[in-house]
Design a binder for this molecule. Structure first.
Ligand SMILES: NC(=O)c1ccc[n+]([C@@H]2O[C@H](COP(=O)([O-])OP(=O)(O)OC[C@H]3O[C@@H](n4cnc5c(N)ncnc54)[C@H](O)[C@@H]3O)[C@@H](O)[C@H]2O)c1
Length: 458
């Protein structure tokens, strides 16, 4: 199938790189976003999100004349839906909090009153953006078109949610237009390269739909393209992230068990991984980011009776910040009034991404215990987070600390020299939750060292 014009709904981290890449590969692209600020920013030559290389790519796409941006869709040969799929959590008092991992703490804590009590504590995917995008396509849908859903979605969303909406056009999915699901697996920070090089799975509601999807992505994808059905493709995306989450949960469980049994989990994992068929991941203060900590809930929601393991893994990882607070309490005694320098707030090493970060939760929990927290995030020195004191330098975090709590294995922390740190702080105690630091030089510099997952610490 040949495509001249593609309409992409949602110009975020996924939609905008995809739109620009298609445009620089010769297709005419209408980029649509319901947020007028996004459209205005792009029209004025600006960029509303940070991704290496994206500014240059968007500029090239706009200058080629192939990319235009709009608040409303228009007729096209193909439509790609790349809108958010956040989830809503129901709190114990029956309120629902929305979390799309891309909002400010303020927005994120915004509440919508009135969750039914039977859904207490069950995070649920919010498909309202997907529905709205499909509805916006309906007036423009023509016979022979292709529609692709890229948003991470619960199983059967393409066939049970998107197809019926599109069929309000009077056209029948499969018979009159093609419909497919294609998950996005790019790594933030490397989106432009991975968009082109990663293998891609395309699931059609029928074979011609999958093949039409392949023809579209083949215009720019250099990785392998695998065809399957739509629901399998949805499952593939959710299984990938759930696999990671469950494996991190077992590493965290091993850390908890090791502390109880007087074992060093890091040594035990290294030895276990000498087995040719074992590859245990690293424990830590929890799981964050906007994918791994979110996507498994889509499976739990879809089949709670079958997904207990996944729900338990989520619960283990979600309670890991609390476990870190208990470790800190064992190291420091009563936390009330203790000054703690929290080192690192990002959800993983060497990124500036704070979304869903367990480190932020640890900091909040410590404060709830009465600790006086100063947090330092070297990759986001200008960040402001409601209810937390962020300081712009390591020195400021350390100057009056009683203890250092290392939550992220950033490179600048790896390079710290214990003797130099000792000169910057009255603290003589460190808690390392990511096994970044070799205890010996820290102890030689006068620090007591507590490590996550190590029994008989300190
Ligand atoms: N960002 C990633 O690294 C990544 C990776 C894999 C999968 N995903 C998935 O891709 C999807 C999109 O994620 P993202 O990170 O690009 O989101 P994003 O929040 O960066 O961007 C989404 C954009 O869609 C716009 N939008 C909302 N409703 C719309 C509508 N009805 N019509 C047009 N535009 C609309 C929003 O204004 C926003 O600009 C999500 O399902 C996400 O889970 C993201």
């Amino acid at each position: 199938m040949n495509f001249d014009t593609v309409c992409i709904l949602g110009l975020g981290y996924i939609g905008l790189p995809t739109a620009s890449t298609l445009a620089t590969h010769g297709l005419r692209v209408i980029g649509v976003d319901v947020n007028p600020k996004v459209v205005a920013t792009l029209r004025n030559g600006g960029l509303h999100l940070h991704e290496p290389g994206l500014r240059t790519l968007v500029r090239a796409a706009l200058q080629s004349g192939n990319l235009s941006v709009s608040e409303t869709p228009a007729e096209a040969d193909a439509f790609i839906i790349a809108v958010p799929t956040p989830f809503r959590r129901t709190t114990e008092d029956g309120r629902q909090t929305m979390d799309d991992g891309r909002q400010t703490t303020d927005d994120r804590r915004q509440t919508v009153v009135g969750g039914p009590s039977s859904m207490l504590n069950t995070p649920r995917a919010d498909l309202s953006y997907v529905r709205a995008a499909a509805e916006a396509i309906v007036p423009h849908l023509r016979r022979g078109n292709l529609v692709i859903l890229e948003a991470t979605s619960p199983p059967r969303t393409t066939v049970d949610v998107v197809a019926p909406i599109l069929e309000r056009s009077g056209l029948k999915a499969g018979a009159d237009f093609h419909l497919a699901y294609s998950p996005e697996r790019v790594l933030p920070g490397q989106i432009l390269r991975e968009l082109i090089e990663n293998a891609r799975v395309i699931g059609g509601i029928d074979r011609p739909s999958a093949e039409a999807g392949r023809d579209l992505y083949a215009t720019f994808v250099r990785g392998e393209i695998y065809l399957t059905d739509a629901t399998t493709a949805e499952m593939v995306k959710l299984m990938e992230n759930t696999y990671r989450d469950v494996n991190i949960a077992i590493a965290n469980t091993f850390a908890r068990l090791s502390e109880r049994f007087g074992v060093d989990v890091w040594e035990a994992i290294a030895l276990a991984n000498r087995h040719p068929r074992v590859s245990i991941l690293r424990p830590g203060p929890g799981v964050g980011g906007h994918c791994i900590s979110v996507d498994p809930w889509f499976l739990v929601e879809a089949a709670p009776d079958l997904a207990q393991l996944i729900a338990t893994a989520r619960q283990v990882n979600d309670t890991q910040p609390r476990f870190v607070v208990e470790l800190t309490r064992r190291a420091l005694g009563d936390l009330f009034g203790k000054r703690i320098a929290v080192l690192g707030l990002a959800y993983k090493p060497d990124v500036d991404d704070l979304r869903e970060s367990p480190a932020i939760e640890v900091a909040h929990l410590l404060q709830a215990e009465g600790a006086l927290v100063k947090a330092y995030e070297p990759y986001k020195v200008d960040a402001a987070l409601e209810g937390l004191t962020l300081v712009p330098t390591l020195e400021a975090a350390l100057e009056d600390a009683d203890a250092l709590l290392l939550l992220v294995g950033h490179r600048p922390f790896r390079e710290l020299r214990p003797s130099e740190v000792a000169a910057l702080t009255p603290a003589r105690l460190v808690v390392d939750t990511v096994n970044l630091w070799n205890p010996a030089p820290w102890e030689a510099a006068g620090f007591a060292v507590y490590r996550l997952g190590v029994g008989g610490n300190g």
